[in-house]
Design a protein around this ligand. Structure first.
Ligand code: CUA
Length: 317
């Protein structure tokens, strides 16, 4: 991980190399413009120095061609750079649908990782190479920022909501994970590492955690323990929204608006159920604030995700 002094940190994703190319092109253009200006300054200093035999009789007041050229050429260059950067950004902003999902909880001053199979890690994140990985992240206290220099991407991790980031490492190795938002006295110590492995090594590693209940199973246990089944089970007499196939489904709300249910929506519905009431239902859901921690909420979300559209609530996933 120690690389000494290099122009750029090592890169381990295609997105990182795309970012480097764009960055170097920007630096190149800036250098080119600076070189043109410095050359002109030197040339004019020499040509029009005092006592030089230059013709100063009829200085031109306008040079339309020149002015048009130095207006239009940078405009076109900037628009091209914008289109290029916007395309790269769009690719990095949206995770592919088949991405592997892993939960991250940040707190002063550690990164906790929750794999769907129930394996937990502290300050380490094992991932397979050549596989898109999407992280669903939240904080238990203050704002942190998930930053992996080798992947060239960074995302704030904010309490009370989920933010996501995705990447696809293409070379096995260990990469530094940093917190890039000042979060208290030990902010600079809040670091870990990403361990990118060949898929078969990853599978072996993943199975090494066998014996732990998967996140969805833990969620099911919590779901039962907190009495959610009383209203959300198919056979219950209380009228509560059906949760099967909820994630990714469009939900119509009582105020006439609608949204596509994502992890943040499910989290909000558990913590602040009065915020968004599903059309046709009464606002009777109690808040589970202070009863569930972030890891438990993630487990419940995994449980809900594990329920296929045709699976009745209350069955084991
Ligand atoms: Cu967490 Cu800085």
């Amino acid at each position: 991980m120690n690389q000494g002094l290099t122009l750029l940190p090592q890169s381990a994703t295609a997105a990182a190399r795309a970012t480097d190319t764009l960055y170097l092109v920007l630096v190149g253009f800036s250098g080119l413009i600076a070189a043109i200006f410095i050359t002109l300054i030197i040339v004019f200093c020499y040509r029009y120095r005092r006592n030089a035999q230059a013709d100063r009789s009829k200085p031109p007041s306008h040079a339309w061609g020149l002015e048009a050229a130095w207006t239009i050429a940078p405009l076109l260059i900037f628009l091209w750079l914008f289109a290029w950067a916007a395309r790269d950004y769009a690719v990095q902003a949206r995770a592919p649908d088949n991405a592997m999902q892993i939960f991250i909880v940040a707190k002063q001053w550690v990164w906790t990782v929750e794999h769907p199979n129930g394996r937990r890690e502290i300050n380490e994140l094992h991932i397979p190479v050549d596989t898109p990985v999407k992280l669903i992240m939240t904080s238990q206290d203050v704002i942190h920022s998930f930053f992996v220099p080798a992947f060239r991407n960074k995302r704030d991790v904010v309490p009370g909501r989920y933010s996501t980031i995705w990447f696809q490492a293409d070379r096995p190795g260990k990469y530094l994970l940093l917190c890039a938002e000042y979060c208290g006295t030990e902010h600079s110590e809040m670091k870990g590492r990403i361990i990118a492995m060949e898929p078969e090594d990853y599978t072996r590693w993943e199975q090494g955690g066998a014996g732990e209940a998967g996140l969805a199973q833990q969620g099911f246990a919590l779901f039962r323990q907190h009495g959610c089944m009383g209203c959300h089970a198919a056979a219950s007499t209380v009228h509560a929204p059906e949760l099967s196939g909820l994630l990714g489904r469009r939900v119509h709300l009582s105020d006439g608006s609608s949204l596509v249910a994502d992890e943040t929506y499910v989290r909000d519905s558990i913590m602040e159920p009065q915020k968004a009431i599903v059309a046709g239902y009464d606002a009777i859901m109690p808040s589970f604030k202070n009863q569930l921690n972030e890891e438990e909420i993630m487990a419940i979300i995994e449980y809900i995700r594990s329920l296929g559209p045709d699976q009745l609530m209350g069955e084991r996933p």
